[in-house]
Design a protein around this ligand. Structure first.
Ligand code: URA
Length: 204
């Protein structure tokens, strides 16, 4: 089953490598489709590749990635057992926010990855990711500070999942207060995972 999913993810990644759906293709060095376990219980969705990710073609490999790795450890997870991707698969110039049309152009790839992996939990890293998940399931999104740390059941791209919005690791890098919120959210993730498989158990 996982091999089949791996094949689907590879096919999506090769489409992304050739993608010209939005202007970001012109300035990218490499596409960053995402990586990880095709049968992951948890999918992490960031915003967009930064400088290092654009060079290496891998998500979260710079300073924010180091903090994400620490947080994964805190939750008892390794990079190998989760799937990590971004809303937008190409770096926006100067790390600016992704534009609405870039998010829209890239969203089908994200949703196909979601369908292929079928995670129980999606951790949205930051407001861009949380907004896509909230709005795609018909919820209004106001701010990441309002929704972070509260898991909620969403139906996104036809899939029922538990969405845990949290801060973007880059926001928490140099701010101890935000870092402790990020840590609290990853500890909560560990508790959710320890309750075992099956969405219904999280809501008893
Ligand atoms: N920030 C993101 O949102 N994604 C990455 O892959 C790296 C930094």
């Amino acid at each position: 089953m996982c091999e089949e999913r791996r094949g689907v993810l590879e096919a999506i990644a090769s489409e992304i490598a050739r993608c010209t759906r939005c202007p970001l293709h012109a300035s990218r060095t490499r596409t960053v489709p995402g990586e990880g376990n095709p049968c992951a219980r948890v999918m992490f969705v960031g915003e967009a590749p930064g400088f290092n990710e654009d060079l290496q073609g891998r998500p979260f490999v710079g300073a924010a990635g180091n903090l994400l790795n620490e947080m994964l450890k805190l939750a008892g997870l390794s990079r190998e057992e989760v799937f990590i991707t971004n809303v937008v698969k190409c770096r926006p110039p100067n790390n600016r926010d992704p534009a609405e049309e870039e998010v829209e152009a890239c969203k089908p790839y994200l949703f196909r990855q979601l369908e292929a992996v079928g995670p129980e939990i999606v951790v949205c890293l930051g407001r861009h990711s949380a907004r896509v998940f909230f709005e795609s399931s018909g919820l209004k999104f106001e701010s990441i500070m309002k929704v972070r740390g509260e898991p909620r059941r969403l139906v996104v791209a036809g899939r029922e999942l538990l969405c845990l919005p949290t801060l973007h690791p880059a926001a928490a890098l140099y701010n101890p207060r935000l870092r402790s919120l990020l840590e609290a959210d990853f500890r909560l993730l560990a508790r959710l995972l320890s309750r075992g498989q099956g969405l219904d158990r999280w809501f008893l």
